[in-house]
Structures are given as C-alpha cells and as structure tokens.
Design a protein around this ligand. Sequence first.
Ligand SMILES: Nc1ncnc2c1ncn2[C@@H]1O[C@H](COP(=O)(O)OP(=O)(O)OP(=O)(O)O)[C@@H](O)[C@H]1O
Ligand SMILES: [Mg+2]
Length: 242
Amino acid sequence: MKKIFITATDTDAGKTFVACALTQALINVGKKVAVYKPIAAGCQQVGDLLVNEDAQLLSQFSNCKQSISEVNPITLAAAIAPHIAASNENRAISIEEISQGFSKVTSLKAEVVITEGAGGWRLPIYINNNIGKSAKKHILLSDFAQDTKQDVILVINMKLGCLNHALLTYQAIIADGLQCIAWIANTASDQVMPYLNENIASLEQLLPMPKIAQLDFYNEKSMSLNDKINAAANKIDITHLL
Ligand SMILES: Nc1ncnc2c1ncn2[C@@H]1O[C@H](COP(=O)(O)OP(=O)(O)OP(=O)(O)O)[C@@H](O)[C@H]1O
Ligand SMILES: [Mg+2]
C-alpha cells in the first residue's frame, strides 16, 4: 500500500483540488484509492454530522465506498486554526485519534491512500502549555505523517513568495526523515503570477524531486468543479508514483 500525504505551501493552495485530481488519475489507471482528511476546521451541520466540504469532495472521488466520517474523523465547526477551534470546544486533538482514523482507512486495503493535510506542513494540533515541565512536546500534523512514514507530495501555489515557502517546506519534510516524492505547480486563483514559467524553472532547479504537473487556474464558467478536477487529473504524470 502506498501512503501519500498531500501538503502545500499554505492554506488555499490547492491541496483538496490536487488530492482529488491525483485520486482520479490513479483510478483512471485501475487503482483502488482511499482518501483521508484527518482534521477539518470549518464544517456545516448536516443532520447529526458536522460535514466539511473538502472531506465531501474527497469522498466523492474515492473508489472505496468510504463514509464521510471515515474520510474525516475530526470535524471542528469554526474555520480557524484547528488547535484553537478544538480548545474552544473544550477538546484536544491527539495523534492517537488521527492514527486510529488512519488505521480504519488502511484496513480498506486500497492500493493507494491519499491523505490531505491541513494548512501547511507545520500545522499545530496541540500546544502543550507545560513544555519544559514535562517531556511532552507540542504536537504537529507533520508528526502524524512522520509516524506513519508517508511519502509527501508538495503542492506549490504559484504566487509571489512561493519559492521561500516551497524551500522551507521541502527542508522541513526532509528534516523529518520523510521522502518528498514530487511537487505540483498549481495556480489556485485567477491572478497569474508574473514570470510564472521562470519561477517554475527556478523551482525545478532548486528542488530535487520531479514536478509531476503544472496546473493552470481553471476559470471556465461552463466547467463544474468535478470537470476541472477531471481535467487536472489528465495533466498529472503518475509514472513517478507507481
Ligand atoms: N488549478 C485550479 N483551478 C481552478 N480552481 C482551483 C485550482 N486550484 C485550486 N482551486 C480552487 O481554489 C480554492 C482553494 O483550493 P483548495 O480548497 O484545493 O485548497 P486547500 O489547500 O485544500 O485549502 P485548505 O487549506 O482550506 O484545505 C478551491 O475553491 C479550489 O476549488
Ligand atoms: Mg483543502
């Protein structure tokens, strides 16, 4: 089973868009693909459940018949930093909870499990106020990726400042002892970066892993989000991943 963790240079960089497109690209070549979104902050009440848009979209693309709460076990109502949302709800997010949810997903015996992170690589999930007094450290979502030895794909939102964010993220992934197996250049807004191609060429020189897609911003009103994701799926070179 291949475990792929999708991270990005920032929030709103296109992690969900790319995770869905990658899931579809792998399904298109006959793979069984499960998805996982451990933590989502920003959910709507639907019946008894708090439901997050990213998780909903991801579960539509999975071909493993996953329920929404399997895809996304930790749901927080407010669209704010997850550890603050959790604290406001008098709860604490733990790595154990995230790992238990992941075990349920891996038990589906998919060939690939695609996990979408939250925010960027160093997302705090629990801040330990007693640090110094106890050995327990602050907990970050990257600790989960590290514990489960996932291969990481870095989505770079092509905008001014992305070279710095991309390099810092890459270096942090490597420092955690993980493999950053690929990156994707995404444009997640209708503001096309000046000198886009030159910036992509610079990243190709700065980063050692392969770029497996360059995704333009799909702005066509006639296309549904699913159409856009399907179009993006056809642009991803999955040969490096299999
Ligand atoms: N290449 C693209 N073409 C068209 N729309 C895109 C593209 N990339 C991203 N988007 C849109 O931009 C918005 C932000 O992307 P997305 O939700 O995938 O980011 P994210 O990194 O998952 O954000 P979050 O940190 O909130 O999970 C979404 O509305 C998404 O559909
Ligand atoms: Mg997302």
